[in-house]
Write a protein that binds this ligand. Structure first.
Ligand code: ADP
Ligand code: MG
Length: 523
């Protein structure tokens, strides 16, 4: 069994993805049901007798909207639940998220059981929301779940492809505009450790709003002008409206038009299979230009930039103090978003990572440095009875790293050999002793893997519980989880009780790093 967690999951509001760290490289798994797609729509549909997840579930928004659920990540950590008519039950955001995680496991075709994963969360998640995410992981069958903040994951995806020098003591922004949410974070690397210094966001600003704006500001006025409707907007939007089903279809064609406007300067929105109040059949195509679309979303994009300015002010930073703005999330494919963010902030934008898979990729890099620790994993087949204990630093900036080994058991007549996987280093056969210490030379800016092999006098390999030794050179560590909000203590002391005053005493300020040795809920 592999020693490291290796699997990273982006559990997104709109789309999710799973990736795996394999010897220094990350593989993003393909969606088996949709050729060429690496993400899974975070949508769950409850049919009477089965659960449908992903793209297929999404198609039911129009046909059976009351039993389809999306965007439930926004409700993580709340007590809200979703009524499912078809099965006459309620489902919590945690249960719905677990369905997404289970479906993602199905992307991995190797047949291995995935027992542990790094799952990403927004920088704004508080302890309750974080714990809800962990719970979803356990419900999906993981024995170990490690959480990682999304902007850190995105930064790791970028930083692990760079030379360490370029980013040393660096400072940048991660601009994540997804389907339903916007998050921006200020990231800093200090002494090889990466952390979120500050963050802002809006849980109700994203690509879905842009689709909605197209329907509201272009499609509805066009239909009102050219056909006879008494209360079109209400019929579309209200759950009991007779055109409510059509609304989902319109949102889908609006999204298609939006996607093509990222590559073209004009597009069409097809509206058909509906009739107006006079029963006139509608089968039309409405033109939309890129600049019309830009006009629609301008206000939203400017809002995101205002949030960034707040971060800069709060941290007494000028634009020139920031190296770049790392663009993440599907909506950053929109050329206008890239242009506007760069223009207004006067900070270069960085589009060097794939905005839809970067977070899963970064999570997998992190998972490649995190050991699996859960019961049942420790008992290994160990025929020789030799116990091998290894101690070494898993991430380092040094050129070589000390490996200390303790061997318990009968070592008479045995030998050991340590080799680096690229064959660039080999100790040769040495007589086995109880305490070994070796300086392992490391390849720069890469993941180094070593093997300790124990041999008998005939050069036969002796089975032990020794594991693959993985050391990341020039890669970045991740600091503890900063608090998303201030934590205060409510104090009702006697005289204040009389005057009915409750005082809030600040215990920990927002963005403080909480570190606890082993009980830290994050690590
Ligand atoms: P989330 O982080 O919310 O799970 P994603 O980062 O996957 O979501 O972003 C999904 C959003 O990105 C959707 O609203 C989708 O329409 C939008 N999107 C994806 N590709 C493009 C594109 N090429 N142009 C414009 N918008 C896009
Ligand atoms: Mg996302």
């Amino acid at each position: 069994m592999e020693k490291m967690i290796n699997y990273g999951i982006d559990l997104g509001t709109t789309n999710s993805a799973i990736a795996k760290f394999v010897k220094g490289e990350v593989e993003v798994f393909k969606n088996p049901l949709e050729t060429g797609r690496e993400t899974l729509p975070s949508v769950v549909y409850y049919k009477k007798d089965k659960v449908v997840v992903g793209t297929n579930a999404r198609t039911y928004f129009e046909r059976d909207g009351k039993n389809v659920f999306g965007s439930f990540k926004r409700k993580m950590g709340t007590t809200e639940s979703f009524k499912v008519k078809s099965i006459n039950q309620s489902k919590t955001p945690v249960e719905l998220s677990a369905e997404i995680l289970k479906e993602l496991k199905g992307f991995v075709h190797s047949g291995e059981t995935i027992e542990a994963a790094v799952i990403t969360i927004p920088a704004s998640f508080d302890v309750i929301q974080s714990n809800a995410t962990k719970e979803a992981g356990y419900l999906a069958g993981f024995k170990q779940v490690i959480l990682l903040q999304e902007p850190i994951a995105a930064s790791l995806a970028y930083a692990n492809k760079r030379k360490e020098k370029e980013l040393e003591n660096g400072q940048w922004l991660v601009y994540d505009l997804g389907g339903g949410t916007f998050d921006v974070a200020l990231i800093k690397i200090k002494d090889g450790e990466m952390k979120v210094l500050d963050h802002e966001g809006d849980n109700y600003l994203g690509g879905a709003d842009f689709d909605n704006l197209i329907v509201e500001k272009i499609v509805v006025p066009y239909l009102n002008k050219n056909f006879q409707f008494s209360d079109l907007e209400n019929e579309l939007k209200s759950a009991s409206g007779k055109l409510n089903n059509v609304y989902y279809r319109l949102l889908k064609v609006a999204e298609d038009a939006k996607l093509s406007l990222s590559n073209r300067t004009s597009s069409e929105i097809e509206v058909r299979d509906i009739s107006d109040d006079n029963d006139e059949e509608i089968d039309i195509s409405i033109d939309i230009t890129r600049s019309e679309f830009e006009g629609l979303i301008k206000e939203s994009i400017d809002k995101t930039i205002d949030m960034i300015k707040k971060i800069l002010v709060r941290n007494s930073l000028k634009s020139s103090d920031i190296q770049f703005t790392l663009m993440v999330g599907g909506s950053t494919f929109i050329p206008y978003v890239r242009k506007r963010v760069e223009e207004l902030l006067q900070i270069p934008i960085n589009c060097n990572i794939d905005p839809t898979t970067a977070i899963a990729i970064g999570a997998a890099y992190y998972a490649g440095t995190k050991e699996k620790i859960f019961e049942g994993d420790i008992k290994k087949k160990n025929i020789s009875g030799l116990k091998v204990r290894l101690a070494y630093q898993k991430t380092t900036k040094e050129d070589e790293e000390l490996l200390a080994v303790r061997i318990d058991g009968n070592i008479d007549g045995l030998f050991y050999q340590i080799t680096r996987d690229d064959k660039g280093y080999d100790t040769g056969r040495k007589p086995l002793i109880n305490r070994i210490s070796e300086d392992l030379p490391l390849l720069k800016d890469s993941y180094n893997f070593f093997r300790l092999t124990i041999l008998d006098s005939q050069n036969n390999v002796i089975e032990t519980d020794s594991e693959l030794i993985g050391i990341a050179q020039g890669k970045f560590n991740v600091a503890g989880q900063p608090l998303a909000h201030d934590i205060c203590l409510e104090r009702d002391s006697e005289p204040e009780m009389e005057s009915k005053i409750t005082k809030l005493e600040l215990l920990f300020q927002k963005n403080t790093l909480l570190r606890r040795k082993s009980l830290n809920p994050m690590f």
